[in-house]
Design a protein around this ligand. Sequence first.
Ligand SMILES: NC(=O)c1ccc[n+]([C@@H]2O[C@H](COP(=O)([O-])OP(=O)(O)OC[C@H]3O[C@@H](n4cnc5c(N)ncnc54)[C@H](O)[C@@H]3O)[C@@H](O)[C@H]2O)c1
Length: 447
Amino acid sequence: MSDRYLSFVNSPWGRRLAQAVGLPQPLALQRHRSGQAGLVNPVILAGAGRLAESVQRLFSATDTVAATPATLRAPSTVKVQGAVFDATSVTDLPHLDELYAFFHSNAKRLGQHARVVVLGTAPEHCKDLPQAVAQRALEGLVRSLAKELRRAITVQLLYVAPGAEDALDSSLRFFLSRRSAYVSGQVIRLEPPVDSTTAIHWDTPLAGRRALVTGASRGIGLAIAQVLARDGAHVVCVDVPQAQQALQQAADSVNGSALPLDITAPDAAALLQAHVSQYGAFDVVVHNAGITRDKTIAKMTDAAWRSVLAVNLQAPLQLSQALLDHQGLNPGGRIVCVSSISGIAGNLGQSNYATSKAGVIGLVQGLAPRAAVRQVTVNAVAPGFIETQMTAKIPLLIREAGRRMNSLSQGGQPVDVAEAIAWLAHPASGGVNGQVVRVCGQSLLGA
Ligand SMILES: NC(=O)c1ccc[n+]([C@@H]2O[C@H](COP(=O)([O-])OP(=O)(O)OC[C@H]3O[C@@H](n4cnc5c(N)ncnc54)[C@H](O)[C@@H]3O)[C@@H](O)[C@H]2O)c1
């Protein structure tokens, strides 16, 4: 679906008109293209915490601009495409001034589409109260910067637990690249990985791995299948038997396999298990299939309530348990669920959908520690307004409001959700577990 306003304000004539009458001017986001360098550069590295070495080894000398204490306050006009501030050295409130000094002096140096990452220690891992308070304060700074830097710049906070220093690479590569174009204002916790990382091929990290994607015949599911296949996975595409033709086309387009299956069928888990017995266990399982049946609760039918819960919540719960209990997932496996910001904020006319998507968050949080024992991670993405057939059904005015009510003033594309899932599915992302990552351009809903 196209966003005509976005195209208009990015045309020469539209830009002039928008400036003249003071209309908002969102920049069309730059997304990752095959063959493009993964990391943005140059990136300014600042802060003097325990993660400096882990960050530095990602970059070659020419890709970085070091910010020493002496240069921290020195404004410079040289533009950079990213900034990493290692704030793990912030042990009390006075140390927060270092972040003020850095961002005060360097905010204007950040080019359009720049990526900013602040690294910290989660309050629950801090040694005393002053440190825990100062580290918690970073959340407010990061979420505010994500709102005010504009120009399609994104800002995140990664809390890195002691012992998780070596688990940082895949997350930095995601958040310092064009792959995370529609993710902003997020707070992510990294823990020591649940599995031992094997040698990583950064261009095709999923080579030799098998992925299952439900609802893969169109929309976000199709984009997920495409991105996981780009990353080297053999993708088994699942959708309802009624969508068989589109499903087969989708599977062919990614050199994968089609598995027509209604995930709510009573024998769905058994059929999936039979597939596993024949072709082998999965390394990545993405519970993407989802439906809406919107009505206010007084007008909602039993069928609308039950079907939404069955597809969006009961099926992911049952299939995940069955796969984990019967060796359907290899060690190092990844389960990624698709929740929604409706599940975080609630939404008028979506009590069934919001219940199901909040339940998905419960599924992630409840299952993650149990799956970790089997060296499997469980995470969710929570998309905001994404341009698909699902959102095309929303009435025009509500759709336009949904698109603009976020810090990037536009809807996301299915590929934005898919890229976030590819990061969570990455073999080097074993330190990301039990997390819910919003892919919503920092939507105002539920923030
Ligand atoms: N589009 C958005 O803005 C948005 C926002 C938040 C969350 N989401 C979530 O993202 C996911 C994908 O959304 P989309 O916009 O691509 O939707 P979509 O309607 O375009 O695609 C959903 C797919 O799921 C399949 N499906 C439905 N029931 C199934 C079942 N019982 N068994 C197997 N497959 C089934 C459908 O046939 C369809 O191909 C959903 O979980 C949705 O709730 C979407």
